[in-house]
Design a protein around this ligand. Structure first.
Ligand code: ATP
Ligand code: MG
Length: 564
């Protein structure tokens, strides 16, 4: 059971009897945006660990910044977690703990461990030496000590009075803060008298205007974990140097003390996973909303046609580590293909149609051919596909001047039409501009649904749709959102790296009639093209399909590359 470092830590705790062998985790999103695939990793880790050890996992909204948070996000987050297939044991909000946190802050004041400061934001930064800190992170030498605030030595009585008046709304926003009194020379900047409370008049989505002071993340998180009896507080690496502070608050308040454990956050190629950046993409209309199928949000993946099983399997495959890395988008796509290959029914649809006429097939005839619904799942059965004299095939399945190994159609060549007959192309009809607009072909009746009785072979098999039975639909093809592997590495230039071709809408594709039976959001395969899903914009008159993933690796619609 110890195939990663988190399980090793838990096993050690269990051996030592810490937490009485309990495992209680939590997923603590801030409701200031939609969840993305990085959050899925965190959800997966927290929920699967709890399950594996027979423990519990809470959902806790870390709602301490009313200016950026919203009920819409709370609802979306809950829906996403459920969709991923996880059930939380209890649901909490950090805002439920505001009164308790306030009391604890007062307790620290009384112990001489916290003070009200009149310095403003910029001054606090300057006194702490934040800039020097970034030099340190860049490896340019030790951080010089910070400077004590002139308000650091206020008396307990004065601090208590000022803190109460902060709460009562006597002071303007930003004019005072409550700070922990730790050590302004501490090598870890987070320990240089961190801010515990700020004054902020913003309506909170749950507590309304009840509060005008709000606790900071660091002063909230550990105590929330403690109140809920969390054992292992699993978070991403950027909190590693906040852990001393997490521990400090719990120790000074003498509270039950969970163990914080950090792991590397997920980064994915060709996309961004920061809520701030995702918000920019949505608000500035670079995409069509939070559930745009190009976004790495769970809502986007869901709409695109990703399955919860594919995402869970992806999380399992990437595992947990201590060093940051960027995972190849191709791995996620592989997981989706693997899942849909098993479960999705096959249909035929032509994205970029070229009409063919079977000259020796009677104009008034139609027949219904047997087609397998899913070769991976015999229980899925079969269906009938209409065949007639006029068909659509994919435009790029025909070439006027084919290269040597082109096994699809060209004048004089013979191919198989999937589930139907061998056809031989006899003539390409062109328009005045010289574009091929129609093919004339002949079919061999003896090859219906199988091989030629004379043993002759063809190498190519094409998908097709009967013109008179075709259902018109809109197809939305998606490509990577960014043209570079690591848009985060582009800093302020990241928006210039958006892929202008990330969405291609084909207003009219043609599909076999069975597409009418597809359920809402159903995923299916258009044979030789890719996996698709029914989009929520679909109407009974006009189906709309999203390209979820191509059949082969490559990750881009330009790579839609048919079996030769
Ligand atoms: P972002 O940095 O994208 O804005 P966040 O960390 O502010 O996200 P939270 O709502 O605070 O988002 O995250 C909830 C939990 O999900 C936290 O425990 C956080 O560590 C974890 N998490 C966020 N992003 C990732 C990621 N890319 N990979 C793994 N876990 C993540
Ligand atoms: Mg966060």
């Amino acid at each position: 059971m110890s195939d990663d470092f988190i399980r090793e830590i838990i096993n050690e705790h269990n051996t030592a009897g810490r937490f009485d062998g309990r495992v209680h985790t939590r997923f603590p999103p801030e409701p200031n945006g939609y969840l993305h695939i990085g959050h899925a990793k965190s959800i997966f880790i927290n929920f699967t660990l709890a399950k594996e050890y027979g423990g519990k996992c809470n959902l806790r909204f870390d709602d301490t910044n009313p200016a950026k948070e919203d009920q819409e996000y709370v609802d979306a987050i809950k829906e996403n977690v459920r969709w991923l297939g996880f059930k939380w044991d209890a649901e909490f909000f950090a805002s439920d703990y505001y009164e308790q946190l306030y009391d604890w802050a007062a307790q620290l004041i009384k112990a001489g461990k916290a003070y009200v400061d009149d310095l403003n934001d910029a001054e606090i930064r300057e006194y702490r030496g934040t800039n020097a800190g970034s030099r340190l992170q860049a490896g340019k030498g030790a951080t010089p000590p910070g400077k004590n605030s002139p308000f650091r030595d206020r008396s307990v009585a004065e601090n208590l009075d000022l803190f109460a008046r902060m709460r009562a709304g006597e002071f303007p926003d930003g004019s005072k803060t409550l700070r922990a009194k730790i050590d302004m020379a501490h090598p870890n900047l987070n320990m240089r008298d961190p801010v515990m409370y700020r004054i902020l008049r913003a309506t909170h989505h749950r507590t309304g205007d009840q509060w005008c002071i709000y606790p900071m993340y660091d002063f909230t998180h550990g105590q929330s974990d403690s109140l809920e009896g969390i054992t292992h507080s699993i978070c991403t690496l950027e909190f590693e140097n906040h852990r001393p502070l997490y521990d400090w608050y719990l120790n000074e308040l003498n509270l039950y003390h969970p163990q914080q454990i950090e792991f590397a956050r997920l980064n994915l190629t060709y996309t961004v996973l920061s809520k701030r950046r995702l918000l920019t993409l949505v608000k500035e209309n670079h995409v069509r909303g939070w559930d745009d199928p190009r976004l790495p949000t769970l809502a986007g993946f869901r709409r695109r046609g990703y399955t919860p099983a594919a995402i869970r399997n992806f999380c399992l495959k990437i595992g947990v580590a201590k060093t940051d890395s960027r995972v190849d988008l191709a791995l996620l796509e592989f997981c989706l293909r693997e899942d849909l290959n098993r479960s999705a029914r096959r249909l035929m649809g032509v994205l970029r149609p070229l009409k063919i006429v079977i000259t020796n097939y009677p104009a008034d005839r139609e027949e219904f051919l047997d087609a397998v619904n899913n070769p991976e799942d015999p229980a899925a059965g079969s269906r009938k596909i209409p065949f007639s004299r006029e068909l659509y095939i994919e435009r790029d399945d025909f070439m006027e001047n084919p290269p040597k190994k082109f096994f699809r159609l060209s004048v004089g060549a013979e191919v198989r039409l999937r589930y139907a007959y061998f056809i031989k192309c006899e003539e390409a009809i062109k328009d005045a501009a010289g574009n091929v607009v129609e093919l004339r072909c002949a079919y061999d009746e003896a090859t219906r649904g199988g091989d030629a009785p004379d043993g002759r072979k063809v190498k190519g098999t094409l998908h097709w749709v009967s013109v008179k039975h075709a259902v018109a639909a809109e197809a939305r093809l998606y490509d990577r959102l960014f043209t570079v592997e690591n848009p985060d590495g582009e800093r302020d230039n990241w928006l210039n790296c958006l892929n202008p071709q990330s969405l291609e809408i084909i207003p009219e594709i043609y599909a076999e009639p069975a597409v009418k039976e597809l359920g809402a959001a159903e995923k299916f395969q258009f044979e030789r093209v890719g996996y698709f899903s029914v989009d929520k914009d679909a109407t009974p008159q006009k189906p709309v399909f999203n390209l979820a993933v191509t059949l082969k690796d490559g990750g881009a619609k330009k790579d839609i590359d048919r079996a030769k």
